[in-house]
Design a protein around this ligand. Structure first.
Ligand code: NYM
Ligand code: MG
Length: 217
């Protein structure tokens, strides 16, 4: 039986190094001759993604629940693409996914369970890597940009919710429908972080025998 591609998600606060690390991870796959595709959420070029982009740049205002549902809808737009890639044996690397959706919206005060609901039954990653960095260290990396949410106090709450998500996944045995969750110290040199990321990804890199799982337990 041929293997399906592995589904790897990289999560973290803004400025935690996700863009750098997902690009380095893709390069690792390519160097190993393993087909892989890098996706990023929000995917800002679709019609829904353009609404999200406008909101994040404060060009438009939206109710907290409305923007939450758009972030989720943006993942659903690409869900079948992810499934097809994995089914064809291509690894999928995602820069942010449903975990960001919960962490950022719940940090605004929306109920955690409500935030989780619209992402139920999306393809579940096999591995979620949380690039762990303090809000202070993130801010010190050239500071935040101009977008909504890029504020130290909000990032602190987001970090706490990411930890809760990770805890729940680990409590569920670490291999539940949320996939396996691993925290990585992202405060160090990018090559050091990249090596640690690859140490966790490599065992899955050449594909997976089992079926694709769904969010959530
Ligand atoms: N974000 C991202 C959410 O609030 N919900 C989501 O579901 C996703 C995927 O968008 N501050 C937030 C987190 C970020 C912002 O992401 C833009 P990025 O990775 O900075 O482009
Ligand atoms: Mg950002």
């Amino acid at each position: 039986m041929s293997k399906r591609g592995s589904f790897i998600v990289v999560e973290g606060l803004d400025r935690s190094g996700k863009s750098t690390q997902t690009a380095l991870l893709l390069a690792r796959f390519e160097a190993a001759g393993i087909p892989a595709k890098l996706l990023k959420f929000p995917a800002r070029t679709t019609p829904i993604g353009q609404m999200i982009d406008s909101y994040l740049k404060s060009h438009s205002d939206l109710d907290d629940r409305a923007i939450h549902l758009l972030f989720s809808a943006n993942r659903w737009e690409l869900a079948s693409t992810i499934e097809h890639l994995l089914g064809a044996g291509t690894a999928v690397i995602c820069d942010r996914y449903a975990f960001s959706g919960i962490a950022f919206s719940a940090s605004k005060g929306l109920p955690y369970e409500w935030c989780r609901a619209p992402d139920v039954s999306l393809p579940a990653p096999d591995l979620a890597l949380f690039l762990d960095i303090t809000p202070e260290a993130a801010k010190a990396r050239g500071g935040y940009g101009e977008e909504r949410y890029e504020k130290e106090e909000m990032q602190r709450r987001v970090g706490e919710i990411f930890r809760r998500i990770g805890q729940e996944i680990s409590d569920g045995g670490g291999e539940g429908e949320g996939g396996k969750w691993v925290g990585i110290d992202a405060g160090g040199e990018k090559d050091v972080v990249a090596r640690e990321v690859w140490a966790f990804v490599e065992p899955l890199a050449r594909g997976i025998e089992g079926p694709l799982r769904r969010l959530w337990p």
